[in-house]
Design a protein around this ligand. Structure first.
Ligand code: GLU
Length: 421
């Protein structure tokens, strides 16, 4: 079993730029505005030392990229992964700009990352790394400027350290500086499973739109982290039949449907699937090619490429990951009639509930879980409907329609504000 790592030749930033170029042509965006959108507004690279448990000092490299803030403070997660580099963070920051605009949040897009395998660090080293990185990027983050959140390799505990570090440097508690925090320190109920819940709502809308039944629908999910595992649990609760799931350590398949609660209980202490015996073993590659109705790629970017897209047999793809499909693969899937709900719409549930958390922090007034979920439902279904309407009007793919909606909103904000000075 190999980790789902993107083929080396696929640069996610090139994918993001070519997606932007395609929609800019469609929307006939002027050259000047196109140049603004093609360039991240601000990029910070930090090389910083961390004291390791054995007394040595190691230097790590981290990034924070703010793509565009025309619609409001910038927002986006923080990734800890060995493959993190500046181009990946640029791509992820740009995708956040479109995502926030598609679900109509008053945010621009940003992303951060540190090139590190968090599993190789002790808890103490992870805390040291997080606190030093937070201090280093402290000059450009803050509740009114840039609000980080969890992404791959980071979680609520990392967000608590970030919030505490930023607060110590400010001299007072600033809960609104990051989202995805534990509920005890200003987090919101419903944030942990928000991306997975958003995927459930999108799956329900997609099923209704295509005349399919979610009850009994066969589903394969690549990635069993925060996004994939929550999506699996919620889809299973809604009656779908999850036949396969995988992570970097293992892939499991049972044609009659996996017992997701049992799989969750059998995960290792660090949350991996390795060692699960109640099913057949498959590779990540095989999972993507299963004859299922719904495929949810919820791991890394560039998993469906021109090499395997023709072999995809799913009727519907809901992109839980950011950028799981390359541009060439997207063309092949469209030509083959696969209904693809793009990442910038499909996985927006996380940032939507991050927005709720930020609003609650700024007001120091906290909501009940049913209010969070109802509002999430309203925003996700409205965005889905708007994208479907545009898709039908333009006769294009869901991805092109989502990009048109999001990019047009950002362009409108840039033009309404005007170019300073
Ligand atoms: N990392 C998540 C994403 O890619 C959430 C970002 C956020 O909540 O700000 O959408």
């Amino acid at each position: 079993m190999v980790a789902p790592v993107a083929p080396a030749e696929v640069n996610p930033y090139q994918v993001a730029l070519s997606q932007l170029d395609a929609v800019a042509d469609r929307l006939r965006i002027s050259d000047g505005i196109r140049q603004i959108l093609r360039h991240p507004k601000r990029e910070l690279t930090v090389n910083f030392p961390v004291k390791m448990d054995d007394g040595s000092v190691r230097v790590f490299t981290g990034y924070r990229v703010q793509h565009n803030d025309a619609r409001g403070p910038v927002k986006g997660g923080l990734r800890y992964h060995p493959a993190v580099d500046l181009d990946e963070v640029r791509a992820l920051a740009m995708w956040m700009t479109w995502k926030c605009a598609i679900v109509n949040l008053p945010y621009g897009g940003a992303k951060g990352g540190v090139a590190v395998d968090p599993r190789q660090l002790s808890l103490h080293e992870l805390e040291n790394l997080t606190r030093r990185y937070t201090s280093e990027i402290g000059i450009i983050i803050g509740p009114e400027f840039d609000v980080p959140a969890p992404d791959m390799g980071t979680d609520a505990r990392v967000m608590a350290w970030m919030m505490d570090t930023y607060s110590m440097n400010q001299g007072h508690s600033v809960p609104g500086v990051v989202t995805g925090k534990p509920v005890s320190v200003g987090g919101t109920v419903g944030r942990v499973e928000a991306t997975g819940r958003g995927i459930l709502y999108i799956a329900q809308e997609t099923a209704r739109y295509l005349g399919l039944q979610l009850e009994g629908m066969t589903v394969a999910i690549q990635g069993f982290g925060n996004v994939g595992s929550a999506a699996a649990r919620l889809l299973a609760q809604a009656g779908a039949k999850i036949v396969a799931v995988s992570d970097a350590s293992a892939g499991i398949y049972r044609g009659s449907g996996l017992d997701i609660e049992e799989v969750l209980r059998h995960r290792t202490s660090d949350g991996r699937l390795v060692g699960y015996t109640g099913a057949d073993h498959i590779t990540n590659g095989e999972l993507l090619e299963l004859p299922v109705t719904l495929l949810v790629p919820a791991a890394l970017e560039s998993q469906i490429t021109d090499r395997n897209a023709t072999a995809v047999r799913a009727r519907v793809i809901i992109e839980g990951a950011n950028g799981p499909t390359t541009t060439d693969a997207d063309r092949i899937l469209n030509a083959n009639g696969v209904f693809v709900v793009p990442d910038v719409l499909a996985n927006a549930g996380g940032v939507v509930v991050s927005y709720f958390e930020w609003v609650q922090d700024l007001q120091s007034f906290f909501w009940e879980e049913d209010e969070v979920n109802q509002r999430l439902h309203r925003i996700m279904t409205r965005a889905f409907q708007q994208v479907v309407e545009l898709k039908e009007r333009e006769g294009c793919s869901m991805r092109d329609a989502a990009y048109m909606l999001g990019v047009a909103r950002v362009v409108d904000a840039i033009q309404t504000r005007g170019i300073f000075p």
